[in-house]
Ligand binder design. Structure first.
Ligand code: SOE
Length: 386
């Protein structure tokens, strides 16, 4: 059995999800590769040490460069804010490490392209953690589209709505700082909607959009701030430099049209990542908050009996499901990361490029870039090639 020594940079929300995936993958997807969770890295030693104990990492490091340069590390997994993705990924590639990176790939198209150039020059494997492609229902829709079950696609609607910053007193965390996050809802959750549209429908040709910041000033965080909640925020306020909402129209390379919304101000939508696809032979609708179900309309229904049916995507014939539980025993958000890491390990074993990878990251970044250009210019913008 081959052993892969992994280093994870980042230990908060995504660090937790990735740690769990490395831990669980070999239990539920036993393969030819043994994962060793060698070292977890973060700036705050106490925080990283607690994460190492909680998730079972062998060692702790507070200097990411030392991690990247270690001879015993095979894979560097970057689960940090986007402003650190380029420097870390480029250094890891130069050190001949395979690289996994959270989405979006970077905070700009130029940086994303530089990351892709570095990993391709180094000849290392690379994956971008667009975990929602690995939901059984989403992978099933991809199969249907490839089989032509939906026919020619007319419409793709993608909406990813949350509500975690509607309180004006929610502090100015890093996700609300353009220098760190690159953009707000657009790059964070809009990136997921864009990637799913590319995975399920087609490449983007052009977009026209708008970006809005509803609350323009927020309390400066106190110490020990988390991305999800305030601990001792100060009374001083700082300017929000990113979008709270981004919505846009799209034209796709296959002639279909799209409508997209990414917002953190939709009350009651906690993690409402949805899409609807309307084709000449059928339609599908998906909602992450009900991720084991798929609404399916097949136009060939008998007259008077047409309508959507709810498919429980929990059968062993469905992608990934057979590794888990019997029919009807649903899976959750964390399983999507396990599936992604499983696919990454299989790509290493087969010496093939993981999917999605940095090429997808660059194509997604090109759409983000076009939406931002459109929001500034008020005009349609073409999406540049990778
Ligand atoms: C915050 O919006 C967030 O954590 C995203 O950054 C993740 O990618 C998404 O899976 C859940 O919501």
């Amino acid at each position: 059995m081959a052993t892969v020594n992994v280093a994870l940079i980042g230990y908060k929300f995504m660090g937790k999800a990735h740690s769990n995936a490395f831990r669980q993958v070999q239990h539920f997807f036993p393969g030819k590769t043994q994962v060793r969770m060698k070292v977890i890295c973060g700036r705050d030693r106490a925080g990283v040490e607690a994460a190492a104990r909680q998730f079972g990492w062998e060692e702790v490091e507070t200097d990411w460069r030392k991690v990247v340069e270690r001879q015993d590390i095979d894979v560097v997994d970057i689960a940090t804010p986007g402003n650190l993705h380029p420097v870390m990924a480029i250094a890891a590639a130069a050190a001949r490490k395979h690289v996994i990176c959270e989405k979006p790939l970077a905070n700009s198209l130029a940086e994303a392209r530089a990351m892709l150039k570095a990993v391709e020059k180094a000849g290392v494997k690379h994956m971008i953690m667009h975990n929602y492609r690995k939901i059984p229902a989403v992978s099933l829709v991809r199969q249907w589209v490839e089989e032509g079950r939906l026919g020619d696609i007319y419409h793709y609607h993608g909406a990813y709505l949350q509500d975690w910053i509607m309180d004006p007193n929610f502090p100015l965390v890093w996700r609300l700082d353009k220098k760190v996050a690159g953009s707000g809802a657009l790059g964070d959750i809009g990136a997921h909607a864009i990637d799913l549209a590319r995975f399920l429908n087609a490449e983007f040709a052009a977009v026209t959009g708008q970006m809005t910041t509803f609350i323009k000033e927020r309390p400066i965080p106190g110490s020990g701030e988390g991305a999800w909640g305030a601990k001792g925020s100060s009374s001083r306020k700082g300017r929000v430099t990113v979008d709270d909402d981004a919505n846009f129209l799209a034209r796709f390379s296959n002639g279909s049209v799209g409508v997209f919304e990414s917002s953190r101000f939709c009350g009651g939508r906690r993690n409402y990542n949805t899409f609807q696809i309307y084709g000449s032979k059928g339609s599908v609708a998906f909602n992450l908050e009900r991720m084991n179900e798929l609404e399916f309309y097949e136009g060939a229904d008998k007259a008077g009996e047409q309508g959507y049916k709810t498919i429980d995507v929990t059968e062993s014939v469905h992608p990934y499901v057979g590794a888990w539980w019997p029919p009807g025993h649903i899976i959750g958000y964390e399983h999507t990361f396990v599936h992604a890491i499983h696919d990454f390990l299989v790509a290493l074993e087969k010496d093939i490029l993981p999917s999605p990878n940095f090429r997808d990251g660059v194509k997604n970044q090109a759409v983000l870039d076009a939406v931002e250009r459109s929001a500034k210019s008020g005009t349609w913008q073409k999406v540049s090639g990778s």
